[in-house]
Design a protein around this ligand. Structure first.
Ligand code: PHE
Length: 492
């Protein structure tokens, strides 16, 4: 029962709290606390009355059933008797005589040195009357106090002061009760066609805009897409243009043009997905013959080459591109042919494939952010500057470079970013300056700085995810995706 239920059980007339407790079957203590709450809100009026209660002691209870000693004395006294022998005969204390005297039942006479007790009356005493009444009703009314105190002094009763609560509904309470029932009966949640047709004079329930509702998972961009879009923004902001190339590539554009010998381990079935259909692609004949020279003897580049055999059939084999650097080289060819003017900066954010086992940090298909710059006087510092700038705009400020070997760049650097929740450095890119063996055949004389970054690795750092399978693929954590904000703070 709450305070409102209690309010409904009260009336406009004062009622005693112990009666209310019985009526609503609540323990007095619970009722008292509800009453004080209602009183605090002025929904009830409370009247307090003090009353005196007499509780019979054990002795008092016995006296109430049998009799008081003075009654025994008077009923056993015939007319008069010597005081000592009387008390002895009836086994009474002197107090019995004392009260008999006070009741005016007896008087004491002096007769020749002896004291005689003489009976004069035996009407019911005030104390006897009160004791009798207390068997039914413990309250001491006004006028009874003096006798009650006598009984207390005789240790026949204990006197207690009690506060009685009388409670009734206040004016404000009546209004509140009315409002409550009206609220239940009349507040309407929805407009119906009938109300529109026939008219409606009631009131509508107010909207609770703070109410809890079920989440709505509307369609939105995948977190990886968000990141890719953000990276695109950043790169475009840095003056890069977007490039695109085919997913299905020839080995030529994916490997040969990059000074990778045909027996290079990357070109193994174990690392690369080869296609059965189509299983051959055209390669540009003139460029292919130069690439062959470069690989066998260095052509005009001053290099010693990197292979002792080269077949055009191997170069024609079709694969799913293993990196978007294939696209970079298609664009570099256009630059060499002056179809695109320098200086220029290009990027792509696209899918690549590698025949790799899936684990926390590897997927067989993922995305690379690829980029390159062709301009005069580019060097390693230019490359490091571009990265520092790019990553800073994405919120990754802790980056590190490490020298590495790539067949097609010299020098080359791996890029590491600090993963906060893993507390370690994670590889997020590979980069370098293209070797003359790769750029000279295309007719490019300037330094070309270039890089490839795994989008998924950058995502792991920025989203603080330690398992990429949570973000993409069959074991995606759907709830994580649903809860991912459309405009994540981390990408700002
Ligand atoms: N192609 C390299 C990779 O897949 C990245 C790269 C691009 C490195 C361009 C150097 C220059 O990791």
């Amino acid at each position: 029962m709450d305070k409102l239920d209690l309010l409904k059980n009260l009336s406009a007339e004062f009622k005693r709290s112990d009666e209310i407790a019985k009526q609503v079957s609540l323990p007095i203590s619970t009722l008292a606390s509800l009453i004080s709450q209602l009183e605090g809100e002025e929904l009830i009026e409370v009247k307090r009355e003090k009353k005196l209660i007499a509780q019979l002691t054990q002795e008092g209870a016995e006296a109430a059933v049998s009799e008081l000693p003075e009654r025994k004395l008077i009923s056993q006294l015939s007319s008069e008797e010597e005081i000592g022998s009387l008390l002895q005969r009836l086994k009474l204390e002197p107090v019995a005589l004392q009260w008999a005297k006070k009741n005016n039942w007896v008087m004491l006479l002096n007769a020749g040195g002896k004291t005689l007790v003489k009976k004069i009356a035996s009407s019911e005493s005030e104390q006897e009357k009160l004791l009798e009444k207390l068997k039914r009703d413990s309250e001491i009314k006004s006028g009874e106090e003096k006798v009650a105190k006598e009984l207390r002094d005789r240790r026949l009763v204990k006197l207690l002061e009690q506060t009685l609560l009388f409670v009734k509904v206040s004016k404000k309470g009546v209004v509140a009760l009315k409002a409550e029932t009206q609220d239940k009966l009349e507040l309407v949640n929805q407009v119906t066609a009938q109300m529109v047709k026939q008219g409606f004079s009631g009131s509508f329930r107010e909207y609770d805009v703070g109410a809890e509702v079920n989440p709505v998972y509307a369609g939105k961009r995948h977190p990886l897409q968000l990141l890719a879009d953000e990276m695109r923004e950043v790169l475009v902001g840095m003056g890069f243009e977007e490039m695109n190339g085919p997913l299905v590539e020839s080995s030529f554009w994916n490997f040969d043009v990059m000074f990778m010998p045909q027996n290079h381990p990357n070109r193994d079935l174990m690392d690369t997905f080869f296609l059965k259909k189509p299983n051959r692609a055209n390669v540009p004949e003139k460029l292919a013959s130069i690439v062959k020279e470069v690989q066998l003897n260095g052509w005009k580049t001053g290099s010693k080459g990197c292979a002792n055999a080269w077949s055009v059939e191997e170069a024609q084999k079709t694969i799913l591109r293993t990196h978007t650097t294939a696209t970079t080289f298609r664009y570099l060819e256009k630059i060499g042919k002056k179809e695109i003017k320098t200086p220029c900066k290009f990027f792509s954010i696209n899918k690549v494939f590698r025949n790799e086992a899936i684990d926390r940090t590897h997927l067989p298909e993922f995305h690379q952010i690829e980029g390159f710059v062709v301009a005069d006087n580019l060097n390693l510092r230019s490359l490091m500057g571009v990265f520092t700038d790019f990553y800073k705009q994405l919120g990754i400020s802790k980056i590190r470079f490490k020298p590495v070997f790539n067949p097609y760049t010299e020098p080359s650097m791996e890029i590491f970013g600090y993963h906060n929740s893993l507390s370690k450095w994670v590889e997020i890119g590979n980069s370098g300056i293209f070797r003359p063996e790769t750029t000279a055949p295309l007719g490019i004389k300037q330094n070309v700085i270039a890089w490839g970054l795994a989008l998924e690795r950058a995502a792991m750092i920025l989203f603080e995810v330690d398992d990429i399978r949570k973000v993409v693929g069959a074991s995606t954590d759907l709830q994580w995706i649903r809860d991912f904000p459309e405009l994540p703070e981390v990408l700002r």
